[in-house]
Design a protein around this ligand. Structure first.
Ligand SMILES: C[S@@+](CC[C@H](N)C(=O)[O-])C[C@H]1O[C@@H](n2cnc3c(N)ncnc32)[C@H](O)[C@@H]1O
Length: 348
């Protein structure tokens, strides 16, 4: 039984109130900026992790065989991406709710929890350990140390059954601990650089019945008029500005979902299949080929273009210039520098 002092009790009440607001189905993401900012400030105030000022944000990052694991201080900054944080907390809450079963808690495996366990900690204030039990994984010992300090400080020790310092792409799930929900936000726009794909594939293959959060990430190709795209300033990372994009859609080139992971079961190579697209025979010179990332977090919670750094348009790999009429065969490269690549192909 943990004993909390009066400040802890006040903070616990504040965390619970903010979380209830954030997961309330009637609230839109844009109506929750104040609450998610207050949540982030509460977590930062209670954490002993140093702030980012004057520090080298790249220091302490780790280049793994499956991609880049960002440093604890950079991982902490993810909490400042308001729409991302709202959509993931709501999505995880919804997945836990769908995974509920009588007689035992929902087992949640959180791969890449960072120093704040930002996506799970708030839910610990509204769910009992009999309702949801979390296993936290991170490659960085320092992240797990700070996550544990926060969780214990709020009185949530019994919500967590393990803090595991390991590479999630090598973690063997114990047979009697099969998770009901697997959550990971270890990604970058267009699924480049960080190991989201490898982590999801490795863990979901071991627990095919688990609900995956995010449920689907799709990368779509388009020709985009950049001046129109950025006509209105993006003021901060707390939501998109109004804009009227001018785009020519070319199709989805790659998707990460439970269905795709099943499709890749027989793939042993270090690349995953992706789609073939055709550049229109002619298009105005104002358009640039770009990749757009859409994230279906879970249960109708989505992150669309420009809503977070994960959804910012990215140039095609190699920043090619097309004359028109080219056919491109995409594929997804696994390994320490994962990402999409393409080669020119004969038209079908
Ligand atoms: C983008 S941060 C997200 C932090 C936090 N989950 C959030 O959403 O605010 C990704 C985290 O995943 C961890 N990570 C990345 N790749 C990993 C891997 N292969 N195994 C374990 N942890 C990993 C990083 O160390 C970092 O803490």
């Amino acid at each position: 039984m943990q004993i909390l002092n009066s400040r802890d009790i006040d903070d616990h009440g504040l965390l619970r109130k903010l979380t209830l607001d954030i997961i309330h189905p009637a609230h839109s993401k844009s109506a929750l900026i104040r609450q998610v900012t207050a949540l982030r400030q509460l977590i930062e105030r209670r954490s002993a992790l140093p702030g980012p000022d004057g520090l080298d944000l790249g220091a302490m990052q780790t280049r793994l065989d499956a991609g880049l694991a960002i440093s604890p201080i950079k991982a902490a900054l993810c909490a400042r991406e308001c729409f991302r944080t709202i959509a993931f907390i709501r999505g995880l809450d919804s997945a836990i709710s769908d995974a509920r079963r009588p007689g035992r808690p929902v087992r949640v495996l959180y791969a890449g929890c960072g120093p704040f366990a930002t996506l799970a900690l708030p839910l610990m204030s509204v769910l009992s350990p009999q309702e949801a039990l979390f296993t936290l994984i991170d490659i960085h010992e320092e992240s797990l140390f700070h996550a544990r300090q926060l969780i214990d400080g709020f009185g949530f020790s019994s919500h967590v059954d393990g803090y595991i310092c390991t590479d999630a792409t090598r973690y063997r799930i114990p047979v009697d601990e099969t998770p009901d929900v697997i959550i990971s936000e270890t990604m970058n726009a267009s699924l480049r650089s960080e190991p989201q794909v490898a982590i999801a594939r490795h863990l979901m293959t071991q627990a095919p019945g688990a609900l995956m959060v995010p449920a689907k990430v799709s990368v779509n190709a388009c020709l985009l008029h950049l001046a129109k795209e950025y006509a209105a300033p993006v003021s901060d990372s707390c939501g998109p500005a109004e804009r009227e994009p001018d785009r020519i859609y070319l199709g989805t080139v790659f998707e990460l979902s439970t269905q795709r992971i099943r499709d890749w079961a027989a793939v042993e190579e270090s690349v995953l299949p992706a789609a073939r697209i055709r550049i229109p025979a002619s298009f105005a010179s104002k358009y640039r080929p770009m990749l757009l990332t859409r994230i279906d977090v879970y249960g109708g919670n989505r992150l669309l273009d420009h809503e977070s750094s994960l959804n910012l348009p990215q140039p095609f790999p190699g920043k090619p210039v097309f004359r028109g009429g080219e056919t491109l065969q995409f594929r997804y490269r696994l390994g320490s520098r994962p990402g999409l690549e393409f080669e020119y192909a004969q038209p079908d």
